[in-house]
Design a protein around this ligand. Sequence first.
Ligand SMILES: Nc1ncnc2c1ncn2[C@@H]1O[C@H](COP(=O)(O)OP(=O)(O)OP(=O)(O)O)[C@@H](O)[C@H]1O
Ligand SMILES: [Mg+2]
Length: 485
Amino acid sequence: MTDFSMLGLNPALLAALARTGKDQPTPIQARGIPPLMEGRDLLGLAQTGTGKTLAFGLPILHRLAGQGKPVAKSARALILAPTRELVQQIAEALAQLAHGTPTAITTVVGGASINRQIEKLMRGTDVLVATPGRLIDLLERGSVSLAKVQMLVLDEADQMLDLGFIHALRKIARYLPEERQTMLFSATMPKDMAEIADSYLNRPVRVQVSPPGKAADKIEQAVHFVAQGDKANVLREYLTKHPDELALVFGRTKHGSEKLAKLLASWGFSVGSIHGNKSQGQRERTLAAFRVGETKVLVATDVAARGLDIPLVAHVYNYELPNVPENYIHRIGRTARAGREGRAVAFCAPAEMADLRAIEKLTGQAIEVIGGAPWAEHLAEAARTKARAATTQARGQRPAGAKQGGKPGGAKPGGRPAAAGKPGGGKPAGERSSGGSRGPSDGPAKPAKSGKPRVHPALAEAMAAERPNKPRRFSNKPPVRRSQG
Ligand SMILES: Nc1ncnc2c1ncn2[C@@H]1O[C@H](COP(=O)(O)OP(=O)(O)OP(=O)(O)O)[C@@H](O)[C@H]1O
Ligand SMILES: [Mg+2]
């Protein structure tokens, strides 16, 4: 069995691993760290909660040790992640290992004082962990240079390469040097995303610990068929059964999640909520209270679906099913972390039958039924039609099925990434969206192949929250590309 000491990491890192109780590398670490230590580009796919953060974090810290003080306003490694909370968490995980060494780790995220971030960046940093929107703002102000970046990480790579982020990423790519090591990590990687991934990677090693889209091993999954209007009462029963255990409840919309949190609070549950309508301070306080178990229930939109590592989470309730099936894998992956056990219950209303089927198709598994019975096809279809009509009417939108945008960029190796939709309104796709989450009635987002954008609420929400202060012009210039081969 591989031991951390066999991976060639420096003694300070080995000591830090021992200090933090990590003696054996996880499979993605054992297989991913050696090629990364050799400087290879890498696409790393492994289930949720299996240590991807240190799979890229350790080789980065190893390579940066002993490089001396960074140049002012520069960074040597850049880690991009889709949400502010995830950025903070990655930085904390790395800081734990770099403790007592001169390696500097800096975060930049939206919703926090940009002046303080500019000040911190003045000194330069070894590792910069960032959300794309705020980073672009800082780049455009000339507050940071990426010219000295040796290593680039896209965590939650499929989300970072998706329509909501791809324009932002292309902008950032123009500031990066061609010579660099690039690493992409995720628990899911739809086929079409792998193609786009190739345009950022140079002769990559692909380390795939499990089939992409496989849920973490120790999650006991179940589905409860329940009418939309009865969901709150059913949730109340589940929560009452496990009063001392942490439960994460996913809703689709900011408004709906907030309403649900208030209802649960009125029933006496200790509950918090996080979504794009909360201030960053509120989001951080709520998450901190939940992390230590002060708050037992957290109601969240997909803004909390990816990467968050809260070991005490024992239950995930999909109060509303995600309309992007990959996000089901990420949502339920907030439990059963690092070999622990966890339970995930999906609440499925008639209008969500198609979402459920898409999830089961992705995972290749039928989810065990623990309540109700699958809705008959005619009920499901009627509910979807009704919901679509209501949305169309409410928003004055064109009917579902009308063309909404271009194809998400399918870059071919050797060619430049295709444009992800038209540069409408002068803003990246994610920012063009009304900032919002789509209501349950929007119907499932179609996979990229259908020609419709794959933007889902978390992307739109995250990008809206990251929107820089000044309007930006879309540029058609291709991103920096390195020669293949
Ligand atoms: N070698 C190890 N031994 C023991 N615990 C570990 C090891 N590596 C990581 N962990 C712990 O496992 C947990 C999950 O790690 P991490 O957040 O990196 O997972 P992930 O693969 O990135 O998951 P996700 O796909 O949800 O982002 C963390 O609490 C981390 O400290
Ligand atoms: Mg992660």
